[in-house]
Design a binder for this molecule. Structure first.
Ligand SMILES: [Zn+2]
Ligand SMILES: [Zn+2]
Length: 161
C-alpha cells in the first residue's frame, strides 16, 4: 500500500485555496466574516499540528490580544459546524482541530500525541464510500495509524539503553 505524509507544498496550496473561498463560504452559511474568525482559520490552515483550542488561542492572541479562550472555543465549534474545520480526538484524548477537511487519514504518535496527515489513495479506492455494513451506510473512512515519531523513537531508545 502507498503510505505517504501529505507534504508541505501540497498543504500550502490547499490552504491558499481554502482561504480564498472562506469569506464566501461564511456568508453562504449566514456567518459574518469577523477578524477573529479569519485569524483562527488562518492558524488552522497554516499549521500541520492539529492544535488544541488552547494552542490556537496562544497564537491568535499575539495579533488579537483581547480575544478570550472562550471565544476561540466557540469559533472553532462554529467552524466545525459549517464544515471549515474538523475536530479530531486522537487516542480519545482532548479535542484537536484540523483545518484540512478533505478526505485524509492520520498517523498519531502514541507518546507525544503528534499528528500528521496521511494520504492513502489505494485504500480509498478499496474502501468504497457508498458501501454498507449491515444496517449502516458508510459515508467516509478515517484510518488512524498508531506510531512513534522520530523524537519519541530516539527517546524510547535512550530509555532502554
Ligand atoms: Zn512523538
Ligand atoms: Zn488531519
Amino acid at each position: 500500500m502507498d503510505l505517504k505524509l501529505i507534504g508541505e507544498r501540497q498543504r500550502s496550496d490547499y490552504a491558499a485555496r481554502r482561504l480564498a473561498a472562506f469569506a464566501t463560504h461564511c456568508r453562504k452559511s449566514g456567518l459574518a466574516v469577523t477578524p477573529q474568525r479569519l485569524a483562527i482559520i488562518r492558524v488552522l490552515l497554516a499549521t500541520p499540528e492539529h492544535p488544541t483550542a488552547e494552542a490556537v488561542y496562544e497564537i491568535v492572541r499575539q495579533e488579537h490580544p483581547h480575544i478570550s479562550l472562550a471565544t476561540v472555543h466557540r469559533t472553532l465549534d462554529t467552524l466545525c459546524e459549517i464544515g471549515e474545520a474538523h475536530k479530531v480526538t486522537p487516542l480519545h484524548d482532548s479535542a484537536r482541530y484540523d483545518g484540512n477537511v478533505a478526505a485524509h487519514h492520520h498517523v498519531v504518535c502514541v507518546r507525544c500525541r503528534r499528528i500528521a496527515d496521511v494520504e492513502l489513495p489505494d485504500a480509498d479506492r478499496v474502501l468504497h464510500r457508498r458501501a454498507t455494513i449491515g444496517e449502516f451506510r458508510v459515508i467516509g473512512t478515517s484510518v488512524e495509524f498508531l506510531a512513534l515519531c522520530k523524537n519519541c523513537q530516539a527517546e524510547a531508545k535512550q530509555n532502554h539503553e
